[in-house]
Design a protein around this ligand. Structure first.
Ligand code: ZN
Length: 245
């Protein structure tokens, strides 16, 4: 038999422990508590792009570079009345292209408009994705693809052939996937003298594509970005796998 004071002591200790527990946890905490296996998994936020090239860029086969037009810069590009920005449209397409090509086994790097990794970028190809203005004018519909104007003067013939092949592949595949017409009359110096052309390694075949006009081609660009991405993916696969455009 325990003496009565031992019961009292045990009850006192138990009460003190309970009191401490209640002092440390609020009713909200108690209500919100979930067993660890039921808690949602926390995914870490995406890292901001590093200032120096990540080490994996120099390893293994060369990647494909996709520039997400205007992304990461102060200029959102074309701006529509409903608040849609070209930067956002380009971004959606760029990420879809990356996802599709990765499934095909390619390494794809999505780059900001003025990404420091563009300096001396070496890759199997570089495609910069942009879209045209939101002006609702009937004749402003269609896409276009340009290579660097400087290539015709200063590039080697091999570089010129590579860039032109990439362009032809993209034009054909994009037209087929989207049904958009080619719109050659609005190829500007913004395209042929695009800044990234002179930043990347000259051995990297590069083009800039204007995927359509955000005015007349809004439905395709905003509501069906997967079709836009498919056109770019098929164009790149045509080039990378050496098909005749
Ligand atoms: Zn743009």
């Amino acid at each position: 038999m325990w003496p009565w004071w031992r019961w009292l002591l045990q009850a006192g200790v138990a009460a003190a422990l309970l009191a401490t527990l209640f002092l440390w946890t609020t009713p909200q905490q108690v209500a919100a508590w979930q067993p660890p296996w039921l808690r949602p998994r926390v995914t870490p936020p995406p890292l901001a792009h590093p200032q120096t090239p990540p080490p994996w860029l120099s390893l293994g086969p060369e990647p494909i570079g996709i520039v997400s037009g205007h992304w990461g810069s102060n200029d959102p590009g074309a701006l529509c009345p409903d608040g849609t920005t070209e930067a956002q449209v380009n971004r959606t397409i760029a990420l879809l292209v990356q996802e599709r090509l990765r499934r095909e086994g390619y390494e794809v790097v999505v780059l900001d408009e003025f990404d420091p990794r563009l300096q001396g970028f070496r890759g199997q190809a570089l495609v910069s994705i942009h879209a045209d203005s939101c002006i609702p004018r009937e004749d402003l519909t269609g896409f276009k693809v340009a290579i660097a104007a400087a290539l015709s003067q200063s590039g080697s013939s091999a570089q010129l052939v590579a860039a032109n092949t990439l362009k032809s592949c993209l034009v054909e595949a994009y037209q087929q996937a989207t049904g958009l017409a080619y719109h050659p009359h609005t190829v500007t110096r913004d395209m042929t003298e695009y800044h990234a052309f002179s930043e990347i390694d000259p051995s990297t075949p590069a083009v800039i594509i204007e995927v359509g006009f955000l005015g007349q081609d809004y439905d395709l660009l905003v509501r069906h970005p997967e079709r836009v991405a498919e056109g770019i993916v098929q164009g790149l696969l045509c080039f990378l796998e050496g098909e005749e455009p």
